[in-house]
Each structure stands twice: as structure tokens, then as C-alpha cells.
Design a protein around this ligand. Structure first.
Ligand SMILES: [Zn+2]
Length: 76
């Protein structure tokens, strides 16, 4: 097995076992654990945005999905 490519400090997908760079931030809140204005963030790659989003949405936790800003080392 080869080592995964270095991503520097780029954010990585939160899905279990996934090492892909995150492209989306899923902001969620569990009202049983968190105050109403609290936001937890899961990061998701393109492949996992739907599955992580569905997981949260099915529980009524999902509040918003926002695209992550691009890498600051890439211009435009
Ligand atoms: Zn992923």
C-alpha cells in the first residue's frame, strides 16, 4: 500500500475511513445535547456529502450545508 498523498493542513472528510479532501461543511445540532445556537461541523468530500447529510437529516440534526472555501494556496 502506498502512502496517501500529502494534503498539508487541508481539511479531510469526516466519514469513517475516508482520507479525501473535504469539500463541504455540514453544520448540525442535536437538540438533546446542544443548545439551539450550537453548531457541530462535519466535513465531507463530494462522495460523502449525501451520505453524511442523509444521516444527519434523518435524525433531524442537519442545519445547513456549506461549501468549504478553496485552498488558500490555489489562486481562484
Ligand atoms: Zn469522504
Amino acid at each position: 500500500m502506498s502512502l496517501p498523498p500529502s494534503t498539508g493542513d487541508a481539511p479531510i472528510c469526516s466519514a469513517r475511513g475516508c482520507r479525501a479532501p473535504a469539500e463541504w461543511a455540514l453544520r448540525w445540532n442535536n437538540p438533546r445535547l446542544h443548545t439551539a445556537d450550537r453548531r457541530k461541523t462535519w466535513l465531507a468530500c463530494a462522495d460523502h456529502r449525501a451520505s453524511l447529510g442523509d444521516f444527519l437529516d434523518a435524525r433531524g440534526f442537519l442545519r445547513e450545508v456549506a461549501p468549504l472555501a478553496g485552498s488558500p494556496t490555489l489562486d481562484g
